[in-house]
Ligand binder design. Structure first.
Ligand code: GLV
Ligand code: MG
Length: 381
């Protein structure tokens, strides 16, 4: 049924607004209600996502007693520790993983490290019990619930209300945030509305493995580049002036994930939430891992997933600005005075816009240094 303006009317007073060609319908709560709790007694939704060091989301399987025993030693080395209940945990260990995470939440002192979980996907037989158990048992310890395979805002709306009901039941005072993994084509197509679906939305991660499968991409790697995804330089000319297509010529491998990361970053920034690169499966190749993380860092991501202690070192290195970059940024800020106008510094033009770029670097360095005295010393703060 449509009203006189052509908008689709669902219920009296409830309108689904058309966006673009009409192929996407977006149901939005009125602005005045957006920050109201979704259940009586649930905590007030956050108006801003807290910015905390988030250089790595370190995954561990809570069903594995050996790994759980290492958790207290890992906690001080990471910004975010995530108990993974989804892919990678065999179906016969799902309950053990859930219970293992409850034990970690109850018994491990997290200091100022964030505790997150990745629950099973919404259509799985485990998701409801994952969310119910974790929110009611360790809700006050849990910062973020990562939802895999999010396809559209309706997935966030479902989780949003469910979590609010459970928060109310558990008497929580601080809302638990939600992080979506972008790992289906429909999820990518809907990324802007996913990011804006709830004040609970904390951020989004690229999930390159599931996304590649869902898109029918022909890579079998977990993240990273592919040697076949290249741009070929022009062929040199032979003595007759014809292109010698078989001659050696430059080839440059391209980043398979560039489009998705850039789109994810824009969607996140538009909604004031945080973008992350996901997994890099070739654990031994820390050099390629560093390159992939660095591309994501340069494009605006705040961190990446780490699956092994080797990758923690890489993420810490990449997602902390280099001391020389911080020093340069500070120099530009100092030289720009009140931040307006244009100056020449070392032969380069700096102005109101470039000083803003410099503030991004210095503010990140300061927020990381506040928690890391070694970094503070390297930055000279
Ligand atoms: C992560 O979950 C991925 O599918 O890459
Ligand atoms: Mg996945």
């Amino acid at each position: 049924m449509t009203n006189s303006r052509g908008a689709l009317v669902l219920l009296p007073g409830r309108v689904l607004r058309f966006r673009d060609t009409g192929s996407i319908l977006l149901a939005v709560r009125p602005p005045k209600d957006f920050f109201q709790p979704l259940a009586a007694g649930a905590p007030q939704p956050l108006r801003e996502i807290p910015v905390r060091p988030s250089r790595m989301i370190h995954f561990f399987p809570p069903s594995n007693a050996k790994m759980v025993a290492k958790v207290p030693a890992i906690v001080p080395t990471v910004d975010i520790l995530l108990g993974n209940l989804e892919d990678g945990v065999p179906s016969n260990e799902k309950e053990a993983a859930r219970n293992g995470l409850v034990e970690v939440g109850r018994n491990v002192d997290m200091g100022d490290t964030q505790l997150w979980t990745r629950v099973n996907s919404l259509e799985s037989p485990w998701c409801l019990d994952d969310i119910t158990t974790l929110v009611t048992q360790i809700g006050s310890k849990l910062d973020v619930i990562m939802l895999p395979k999010v396809e559209g805002p309706e997935d966030i709306h479902y989780a949003d209300r469910l979590i609010a009901q459970l928060e109310a039941k558990a008497g929580l005072h601080k809302p638990i945030m939600v992080h979506a993994i972008l790992e289906t084509a429909r999820g990518v197509a809907n990324v802007e509305s996913i990011c804006g679906a709830s004040p609970r939305m904390q951020g989004v991660s690229l999930g390159p493995a599931d996304l590649a499968a869902n898109r029918r991409m022909k890579t079998t790697r977990v993240g990273g580049g592919h040697p076949d995804y290249v741009v070929q330089g022009d062929a040199p000319l032979d003595p007759d002036g014809a292109p010698d297509i078989h001659a050696d010529r430059a080839r440059s491998q391209q980043d398979l994930w560039h489009y998705t990361i850039a789109r994810m970053v824009d969607a996140c920034v538009m909604h004031g939430i945080l973008p992350f690169y996901g997994p890099f499966g070739d654990i031994a190749d820390t050099v390629a891992c560093e390159a992939q993380f660095r591309n994501a860092y340069l494009l605006g991501c705040v961190g990446a997933w780490t699956l092994h202690p080797k990758q923690i070192v890489v993420a810490k290195h990449v997602f902390s600005p280099r001391p020389e970059d911080v020093a340069h940024a500070q120099r530009v800020i100092d030289a720009m005075g009140d931040g307006t106008g244009a100056i020449m510094l070392d032969g380069k033009m700096e102005d109101d816009a470039s000083v803003k770029q410099c503030h991004v670097v210095v503010e990140l360095a300061k927020s990381l240094a506040a928690r890391d005295s070694e970094l503070a010393a390297r930055y000279g703060f």
